[in-house]
Ligand binder design. Structure first.
Ligand code: SF4
Length: 197
């Protein structure tokens, strides 16, 4: 089947020229974008992000109010029996693995970081169970952005599978702030290209 993508790309102009306006428009459009997890301090942020693996932020937010009333310092996570912490985070799923990670992380925070949550990617990824994605989210929220967090949603979005406007089956190009910069808006129906680059 003939591809209409190269043709459409030519009509919207060069990628380098489009990237800055695209970012600026999305910044305005999503000025209120914020992390969906609920937390009051750096430790709660770290724990929330660790618990959010393989589950939804809504689910984590259901568990954390009671959890954070009970566990206020890294030492508190180490002071209870393993089974008790497992039980307290059970609804977030993978609770045994998450308990192991939480306890390992709390131990390292106490022993190596003076009980404080570190801010750099290099330090954060030393914590047990904290991989690059978790570390990037935490570092960014702490004002030390070192990279772009690419989770499954970001990956899908970058391939034009959005949730609100750029819908997979029928993108709402007429309502989209990127309409004149997006090659996919220049194709139609089955021919619609599945990327904005
Ligand atoms: S395909 Fe349409 S809705 Fe999606 S980014 Fe392009 S113009 Fe916007």
């Amino acid at each position: 089947m003939r591809s209409f993508v190269p043709e459409a790309r030519k009509r919207v102009g060069r990628k380098r020229a489009r990237i800055v306006p695209i970012i600026e428009r999305l910044l305005v459009e999503h000025a209120d974008a914020t992390i969906a997890l609920t937390f009051r301090n750096e430790l709660e942020l770290l724990v929330s992000v660790m618990l959010s693996a393989q589950t939804t932020d809504v689910n984590v937010n259901r568990v954390t109010p009671a959890l954070f009333r009970k566990y206020r310092r890294p030492e508190d996570y180490l002071a209870v029996p393993v089974e008790e912490l497992e039980n307290d985070i059970r609804p977030t799923g993978f609770f045994r693995q998450k308990t192991r990670s939480l306890r390992g992380t709390m131990k390292m925070l106490v022993e190596d970081f003076g009980g404080q949550v570190p801010r750099t990617l290099a330090e954060l990824t030393r914590l047990p169970g904290v991989a690059r994605k978790t570390a990037n989210v935490v570092a960014s929220e702490l004002g030390n952005t070192e990279g772009i967090v690419v989770d499954t949603h970001v990956r899908r979005l970058s391939q034009r599978h959005g949730r609100r406007v750029c819908l997979a089956r029928k993108p709402r190009c007429e309502d989209c702030v990127l309409n004149d910069l997006c090659p996919s808006s220049r194709t139609s129906g089955d021919r619609r290209a599945c990327r904005t680059s």
